[in-house]
Design a protein around this ligand. Structure first.
Ligand code: DX5
Ligand code: ZN
Length: 233
């Protein structure tokens, strides 16, 4: 890592028959995290991968594994994903009625805890848990598939999330997932994001290095505000 903006290629758009090569390629190309989309055909209308793939990926990369659980019964699978080597485990508020318990269960296993919400879910549902999380993921498409279009109204939600995190002096990553590409990276980071998930926009290109560099360059044209003084209110 060591970058102010974290770029997390999503393997959903990689060639699964050559997964280790694809992962090495994005690692060499300058990725900061590896985003792994876990789908159960129930919470979202698609099926992808489970703990065995995470365990195999752990052996072939030094990139932190950013595992996005799009599954209804996250609590049941957290132990297995932790054991498999997930560095971040992110769960959906829509699928976790006892979110505080779920977040504690992730952290108890030494894994960084992330929470996320679908585009139509209000940010206010996460307000009480933000103090406990290492990552807040804002979905900018309806989850289930790669290659969808970024929903522009989500920019406002990103700005609001930035304000909430700053208010509690949180150092959590503010990650955005869905339809992120070189062309919109700047406005997403300007709204306050610090981590960008990108699947199709990276894996559809021949030159991953050039694409990741262009995305980072676009993001880093945003002038970061000076750290705010802490105000008691
Ligand atoms: C969507 C997944 C995303 C997806 C992003 O359900 O959570 O991580 O891979 O793909 P792109 O970048 O193509 O929108
Ligand atoms: Zn994802």
């Amino acid at each position: 890592m060591g970058h102010s903006i974290h770029i997390a290629p999503s393997i959903l758009s990689a060639d699964f028959a050559r997964l280790a090569d694809e992962v090495s390629a994005v690692e060499r190309a300058g990725a900061d995290l590896l985003h792994v989309d876990v789908m159960d055909g129930h919470f979202v209308p698609n099926l992808t991968v489970g703990p065995p793939i995470v365990e195999s990926l752990k052996k072939v990369t030094r990139l932190p594994l950013d595992v996005h659980l799009m599954i209804t019964n996250a609590d049941v699978f957290i132990p297995e994903f932790a054991e498999a080597g997930a560095d971040y485990l992110t769960v959906h508020v829509e699928a976790c009625p006892h979110l505080h318990r779920t977040v504690q269960s992730i952290k108890e296993r030494g894994v960084k805890a992330g929470v996320t919400l679908n585009p139509a879910t209000p940010l206010s549902l996460l307000q009480e848990i933000l103090v406990d999380v290492d990552l807040l993921l804002i979905m900018s498409v309806n989850p289930g598939f790669g290659g969808q279009t970024f929903i522009p109204s989500v920019l406002k939600k990103i700005s609001e999330a930035r304000i909430l995190l700053d208010k509690i002096n949180s150092r959590a990553l503010l990650e955005v997932d869905g339809g992120v590409k070189v062309d919109n990276a700047r406005e997403i980071v300007a709204a306050g994001a610090t981590a960008l998930v990108s699947g199709s926009a990276i894996f559809s290109q021949h030159d991953y290095t050039a694409t990741i560099a262009a995305m980072r360059a676009a993001a880093e044209t945003v002038v970061q505000p000076a750290p705010r003084a802490t105000v008691n209110r």
